[in-house]
Write a protein that binds this ligand. Structure first.
Ligand code: PLP
Length: 400
C-alpha cells in the first residue's frame, strides 16, 4: 500500500520531523511581535517610565547620560552619543568628521535608503558600490573599484545583523585615506573576530527604531566611537550646536535622544544578549528545515550574526511572498528596489553609479524575509518551515 502523502502544511511539518505544531494552522505567524517583548518587560518598562516623568528630564538628562555610558561599554568604545534616529546618527557622524559638500561617500546599493540619505543630509554625494552575492554585504572589490579622488568615507552596512568584512574594508580605507562609518542599525551585539560592531571603524551609527534588535518605544539612535573629540562634536551638533547653555559653537540640529527612550533602552539593553541568542537559535532551526529551493544568508566564520532579519532568496520571490502570506506567514522584503533605483535619487549625478550593480539588483529582486524575533515560538518556526516547503513545491524548481 502506498504511504499517505501529507497534504496540509501541518501534516508536512509532522512528516518532516518538526513535531506536532502546537498552533492552529489558521493562526498567523507574525513577521514581528513587539507586544510579546513588551508584555514580558511590563513592570520594568513601567518603572523606567515613572522614573522619567517624576524627574521631568524629557530631553537629554541623566537617563541619556547613563544609557550612553552603558551602550559605550556594550560596544567596547570610549564614547556613545544618543541622537534622535539612525538616520541622524549617520548624518551627524559624517558632519562631525568634516565630511560634506564636494565629498563622496561610498554606500552599498543593497541597503535601506537611510544609509544613503545620511550622506545627502551631510551635504555629501553617495556613490554606490555592489554587494557580495552570498551575504548581501558590501563587496570590498567593488568598493575598491568606485573610490575616486573625492571619496572621503565609506559606510559598511552590517545588513541583516551580520558584520561586513572589516579586515578588508579597514585595510582599504587605510590605504585610500577614508573615514569608516559603520552602519550598525541592524546589528546591535554582532561581532567580527569577536569584536563588537560599533568598535570596528572610526565611528558607528545605530538605530533604535522599535523593531531593531535593541529598539526604543519610538525613534532613537546613537553614534559610537573611540574618538572622544568626534563624539563631543556629535554631542554639540545634536543639541543645536550648543556647548554650554547659550553657547552655540556650531550650526547644529535638533536631533537629541529623549530621556524616556533612554530609560526604556536601558531596560532592554540588559536583555539584548539573551534575545540575540534566541534569534540565532531560531535561525539555526529555520536553516535546518528550509527546502533546497530557498537560499538563506551565508554566514562568515569570522562573524557572530545577530539575525535582525532572516532573509532567503528565490527567483519567484513575489509569488513566494503571496503563497506564504496566504498561508498566514508574515513576510517582508529588504530591500526593493536597490538603493540607487529610488525615485528620490533621480537627480544624483552619474558619478553616483560608476559601476554595474548586478548583485544588488539580484538581492532587490529575489530577497524575502521570514519571521524573526526573539519571542518567536518553536512551533511557529516549524510552521514557517512547513509553509516554505509547501510554497516551494507549488512554485517548482526555479531557484538561485
Ligand atoms: C541599515 C539601516 N540604516 C539606517 C537606518 C535608519 O535608522 P532610523 O530609522 O532610526 O533613522 C535603518 C533603519 O531604519 C537601517 O536599517
Amino acid at each position: 500500500m502506498r504511504e499517505a502523502v501529507p497534504h496540509t502544511t501541518a501534516e508536512r511539518a509532522v512528516s518532516l520531523g518538526f513535531g506536532e505544531p502546537a498552533i492552529d494552522r489558521a493562526e498567523v505567524v507574525p513577521f514581528v511581535a513587539l507586544d510579546r517583548q513588551h508584555a514580558a518587560l511590563e513592570d520594568e518598562l513601567q518603572e523606567a517610565f515613572d522614573r522619567v516623568w517624576r524627574t521631568g528630564a524629557f530631553i537629554l538628562g541623566g537617563e541619556v547620560d547613563a544609557f550612553e555610558r552603558e551602550f559605550a561599554d556594550y560596544c567596547e568604545v570610549a564614547a556613545c552619543v544618543g541622537v534622535s534616529s539612525g538616520t541622524s546618527a549617520l548624518a551627524l557622524a559624517l558632519i562631525a568628521a568634516g565630511i560634506g559638500r564636494g565629498d563622496e561617500v561610498v554606500v552599498p546599493a543593497h541597503t535601506f535608503i537611510a544609509s544613503a540619505l545620511g550622506v545627502l543630509h551631510a551635504g555629501a554625494t553617495p556613490v554606490f558600490c555592489d554587494v557580495q552575492a552570498d551575504t548581501g554585504l558590501i563587496d570590498p572589490d567593488s568598493l575598491d573599484a568606485v573610490v575616486g579622488p573625492r571619496t572621503a568615507a565609506v559606510i559598511p552596512v552590517h545588513l541583516y545583523g551580520q558584520a561586513c568584512d572589516m579586515d578588508r574594508i579597514n585595510a582599504l580605507a587605510a590605504t585610500r585615506g577614508l573615514f569608516v562609518l559603520e552602519d550598525a542599525a541592524q546589528a546591535h551585539g554582532a561581532r567580527w573576530h569577536g569584536r563588537p560592531v560599533g568598535s570596528l571603524g572610526d565611528a558607528a551609527a545605530f538605530s533604535f527604531y522599535p523593531s531593531k534588535n535593541l529598539g526604543a518605544l519610538g525613534d532613537g539612535g546613537a553614534v559610537c566611537t573611540d574618538d572622544t573629540a568626534l563624539a563631543q562634536r556629535v554631542a554639540q551638533l545634536r543639541h543645536l550646536g550648543q556647548r554650554g547653555k547659550g553657547e552655540h559653537l556650531l550650526i547644529g540640529y535638533n536631533a537629541r535622544l529623549h530621556g524616556l527612550q533612554a530609560a526604556l533602552l536601558r531596560v532592554k539593553l540588559a536583555h539584548l544578549n539573551r534575545w540575540n541568542d534566541e534569534r540565532r537559535r531560531h535561525a539555526k532551526r529555520l536553516r535546518g528545515g528550509l527546502p533546497n529551493g530557498l537560499s538563506p544568508l551565508a554566514e562568515r566564520p569570522q562573524s557572530t550574526c545577530v539575525y535582525h532579519l532572516f532573509p532567503v532568496r528565490h527567483t519567484s520571490r513575489d509569488e513566494l511572498a503571496e503563497l506564504l502570506s496566504a498561508d498566514g506567514i508574515g513576510v517582508g522584503m529588504h530591500y526593493t528596489p536597490a538603493a540607487h533605483r529610488h525615485p528620490a535619487f533621480e537627480l544624483l549625478p552619474a558619478r553616483s553609479c560608476p559601476v554595474e550593480l548586478p548583485e544588488s539588483e539580484a538581492w532587490a529582486g529575489q530577497e524575502l524575509s521570514l519571521p524573526m524575533f526573539a519571542e518567536l515560538r518553536e512551533a511557529e518556526v516549524d510552521r514557517v518551515v512547513a509553509a516554505c516547503i509547501s510554497a516551494c513545491e507549488q512554485l517548482g524548481p526555479a531557484h538561485v
